[in-house]
Design a protein around this ligand. Structure first.
Ligand code: ARG
Length: 259
């Protein structure tokens, strides 16, 4: 019995020493974890053409998908896309439900409290959509007291609540808001420039005002402390910007998404 106990203790020591040597018990880096799982998980909200939308065969497509594919390829893993509500993406990245948030996400100081961001890859702005025959709303100063829609959790919503006295209505997608505008239940919708242009191309009787409300930059959201992942993401984006690929994808997906 005593011998057995001694043997057991010895075995335990050997195992523990092995664990120390292999770094077991240490937290794996984001990149090591992704490589081990064999997939890069992208969180997005596929209602934001040309950056992400559902293609005719119901696949998530768009500029952000192309970028994420390039990142997955660089790492050497498969890309897995999770389509979800936009207002849940940042917290889901924070809690580890996905590796990258690629969803036309504006890198804001507020969001930087919760996640890290890659380098910027697109300049953007919020624009106002109104009915084509509307002559009363010509800029943000005309939104006070009006019923204005935005996608929930977006910088468009933040702009409306912080910078105007509008009565703000929140929707799951900008297209849902545009539908209500079409039906005459809203006076205006605030949404990012390129999706705004796609919306007016889809719904007849709407127009976009040529007045940028904000200056924003899109970046990819990554969980804080994922430094080796961020390094790869930044490198891939820098190369894609340099080669003009991102501009090319924007043009291609404008056409493919019908804007
Ligand atoms: N750029 C805006 C923001 O960061 C809107 C992004 C909405 N993206 C989407 N895929 N629905 O809040």
């Amino acid at each position: 019995m005593k011998k057995k106990a001694r043997l057991f203790a010895l075995a335990l020591c050997v195992i523990m020493a092995a664990m120390v040597f292999t770094g077991c018990g240490e937290k794996k880096s984001a990149l090591a974890r992704i490589k081990e799982s064999g997939e890069l998980v992208m969180l997005t909200n596929a209602a934001f053409p040309p950056f992400e939308y559902l293609s005719s065969d119901n696949e998530v497509a768009g500029v952000d998908v192309e970028i994420a594919k390039a990142i997955a390829e660089e790492i050497g893993v498969q890309l897995k896309i999770v389509d979800m509500d936009f207002d849940g993406i940042i917290t889901s990245i924070q809690s580890g439900k996905g590796d990258i948030g690629a969803s036309g996400i504006t890198a804001t100081d507020e969001r930087r409290k919760s996640v890290d961001f890659s380098i910027n890859y697109v300049d953007a702005a919020q624009l106002i959509i109104v009915k084509a025959d509307n002559t009363a709303i010509n800029g943000p100063e005309d939104l006070d007291g009006k019923k204005v829609g935005a996608q929930s959790g977006t910088t468009g919503e933040v702009f409306l609540t912080d910078e105007t006295q509008a009565e703000v209505y929140r929707f799951k997608t900008a297209a849902d808001a545009a539908m209500e505008l079409s039906n005459g239940k809203l006076d205006a919708v605030v949404v990012d420039e390129l999706p705004a242009k796609q919306i007016v191309a889809t719904y007849s009787g709407l127009k976009v005002l040529d007045v940028p409300l904000t200056e924003e930059q899109y970046a990819i959201a990554i969980a804080k402390g994922s430094d080796d992942l961020k390094e790869v993401v930044d490198k891939v984006i820098a190369e894609l910007l340099e080669s003009g690929k991102i501009d090319q994808w924007i043009e291609e997906h404008k056409v493919a998404s019908g804007s």
